[in-house]
Design a protein around this ligand. Structure first.
Ligand SMILES: *[C@@H]1O[C@H](CO)[C@@H](O)[C@H](O)[C@H]1NC(C)=O
Ligand SMILES: *[C@@H]1O[C@H](CO)[C@@H](O)[C@H](O)[C@H]1NC(C)=O
Ligand SMILES: *[C@@H]1O[C@H](CO)[C@@H](O)[C@H](O)[C@H]1NC(C)=O
Ligand SMILES: *[C@@H]1O[C@H](CO)[C@@H](O)[C@H](O)[C@H]1NC(C)=O
Ligand SMILES: *[C@@H]1O[C@H](CO)[C@@H](O)[C@H](O)[C@H]1NC(C)=O
Length: 326
């Protein structure tokens, strides 16, 4: 009986694999679990880096279910300005296995604009230290993880909050990153404009993709990174993009007709979430009752305000990432 169910599982696995895509293996497949790792527990680690600062910090959570012979997805989750990798681990909940994610979650940490206790941040923020290249750091960390863990390189995803969401947008716009990362989700994204020209930063699709999947979640009551964009008094009046303009630019870049307006809603009443979708490729959710938060069904360290189950940011992002592979 046991061997019968194993056989049918194998057949199903191959049927699904052949129908949709080939599951790929990273160089880490078959290697022993690094002895610094305790499965199911988040761990702070560092790598040597050519990003302009070395070493660089990251926090990683490898699930209890990890088997070094079975490739799993990898999710990056980037913290907001002034926060850190541990805060982002607790906020975005990708290590919380009750949300059903069975892959590896990694929380990189930004560099303070001067040494010491100053806010940590990502490239894109006007105060981010100039010489630091966080795209380089992200990709060297990807190489490092692919070499040590059994990961499906076609299922690598990036997400982030605020400045970390804005940085997720920079990665989506960088062809070297978006040729290796399958999909990008920004929560309360701070998409800074070029402060001299007030135009969006350069953005291009990689040669190997017709479209790059992008999701943006934003609170209508966000006082820090305003939905309508404009100058930010807490950031020397540096301007961020109008969020609909950012979303529409992605719809157009991905080959859709922009400015197709609201296509649905989630939740009800005061917690209403308005939704825009261009197929599933470009998705935007506007939370009517939310400020500068990671929307959660349970409340979190950002806010005790809750959203309904179907609009929980962690769930929405995990479901949506699950639709994409390279
Ligand atoms: C891990 O890093 C966070 C900062 O992101 C820090 O607050 C925490 O103390 C570190 N944990 C350990 C065990 O060093
Ligand atoms: C986040 O909240 C949890 C409790 O839910 C608490 O244990 C933790 O210390 C908080 N973390 C931060 C960084 O505030
Ligand atoms: C994990 O998520 C569940 C809800 O699915 C929540 O009740 C629990 O507090 C979370 N655990 C941690 C450590 O955040
Ligand atoms: C930002 O703009 C406001 C309103 O125009 C102005 O009062 C303030 O001085 C500006 N701050 C900086 C740092 O330029
Ligand atoms: C939807 O239409 C309204 C009203 O014209 C506009 O303000 C908003 O920016 C549009 N949203 C998107 C995502 O196109």
């Amino acid at each position: 009986m046991a061997s019968f169910s194993l056989l049918s599982l194998t057949v199903l696995y191959f049927a699904v694999g052949v129908a949709s895509r080939t599951i790929q293996q990273s160089a880490g497949c078959g290697k022993a679990i690094p002895n610094v790792i305790e499965l199911g527990k988040s761990k702070n680690l560092t790598i040597d880096s050519a990003s302009g600062e070395s070493p660089r910090k990251y926090r990683i959570n490898v699930p209890d279910s990890y088997d070094p012979k079975v490739p799993v997805p990898l999710i990056y989750s980037f913290h907001g300005r002034n926060k850190d990798m541990k805060y982002q681990d607790e906020l975005s909940q990708f290590s919380n296995r009750s949300f059903g994610f069975k892959g590896i979650a990694v929380y990189p940490e930004g560099v303070p604009y001067t040494k010491g206790s100053h806010p940590k941040q990502w490239q894109g923020d006007p105060d981010a230290p100039d010489p630091i290249n966080d795209v380089t750091f992200t990709l060297e960390l990807l190489d490092h993880l692919l070499d040590r863990y059994c990961i499906d390189p076609s299922r690598v995803y990036a997400s982030g909050k605020s400045n970390g969401g804005g940085f997720t947008g920079l990665l989506a716009c960088d062809p070297s990153a978006s040729s290796r990362i399958a999909a990008f989700a920004a929560v309360s994204g701070a998409f800074y404009l070029n402060q001299e020209t007030q135009q969006p930063l350069p953005c291009a699709l990689p040669p190997n993709r017709k479209a790059v999947p992008v999701m943006e979640l934003h609170g209508a009551k966000d006082e820090q990174i305003k939905y309508e964009g404009g100058p930010n008094e807490d950031r020397d009046n540096a301007t961020t993009s109008n969020i609909p303009a950012w979303v529409n630019a992605w719809a157009e870049r991905d080959g859709f007709v922009p400015s197709k307006n609201g296509t649905g809603s989630l939740c009800k009443g005061a917690r209403d979430v308005k939704t825009w979708k261009w197929d599933e490729t470009v998705v935007h959710h506007l939370y009517r009752n939310m400020g500068h938060h990671w929307p959660s069904q349970y409340g979190n360290n950002d806010t005790k305000l809750t959203t309904c189950a179907e609009a929980d940011a962690t769930k929405l992002i995990l479901d949506w990432f699950g639709k994409w592979s390279l």
